[in-house]
Design a protein around this ligand. Structure first.
Ligand SMILES: [Zn+2]
Length: 187
């Protein structure tokens, strides 16, 4: 999904749609299924994830209060993260709304500002990759240590996918432990 970013901004264009999480290789590393190492052949797990695996996005072009070209990005949807306390599935609601200022690539570093009131900068391009920008912004917005709300760990009604994945992980782990135990004995 490529746009001419400055033209897009100048003409105040808007594009919206849905993006499958599956297509975002970097984001997938942060998701629950990867963390829990659900086997590729686990159709139930993959299918369930795919059900909540699409994100809605809207990108619109315009200018900021100082008449500089910007892109406004909105992303919403639910992704499955792994709770860092109980290691179970955590349904995380994404609701991004960020404004990014387009600057020439050569000036990107110089234009970056630490001022929290200033929008982040992004390099303008005639072949600007919207999907990559969306993935970048999602990765920036993810919590470093996703956790269920206090008191909601483990006991929350888990989806079949979550409990199934949890079980298979435990099983795989114990199998591995048994295997390494056997190995040590045979040496
Ligand atoms: Zn938890």
């Amino acid at each position: 999904m490529l746009i001419d970013s400055l033209k897009f901004s100048r003409e105040q264009q808007t594009t919206r749609g849905t993006l499958p999480v599956e297509g975002m290789a970097r984001l997938r590393n942060s998701l629950y299924s990867e963390a829990a190492a659900v086997p590729r052949g686990d159709d139930a797990g993959q299918g369930d994830l795919a059900g909540s695996g699409s994100l809605n996005y809207e990108v619109s072009g315009g200018t900021d209060s100082r008449d500089r070209p910007v892109l406004r990005l909105k992303v919403s949807g639910t992704i499955g993260l792994q709770c860092q306390r109980c290691l179970q599935l955590l349904a995380y609601d994404l609701a991004l709304d960020s404004t990014l200022r387009l600057v020439p690539a050569a000036r990107l570093e110089a234009e970056m500002s630490d001022d929290p009131d200033e929008p982040d900068c992004v390099a303008a391009s005639a072949e600007f990759d919207v999907a990559a920008l969306i993935e970048d912004e999602i990765l920036l917005a993810l919590p470093a240590y996703p956790r269920h709300e206090a008191g909601k760990c483990g006991g929350a009604p888990a989806t079949e996918f979550a409990s199934g994945a949890g079980r298979s992980k435990v099983t795989a782990f114990s199998a591995l432990e048994q295997l390494s135990g056997l190995k040590q004995k045979s040496i």
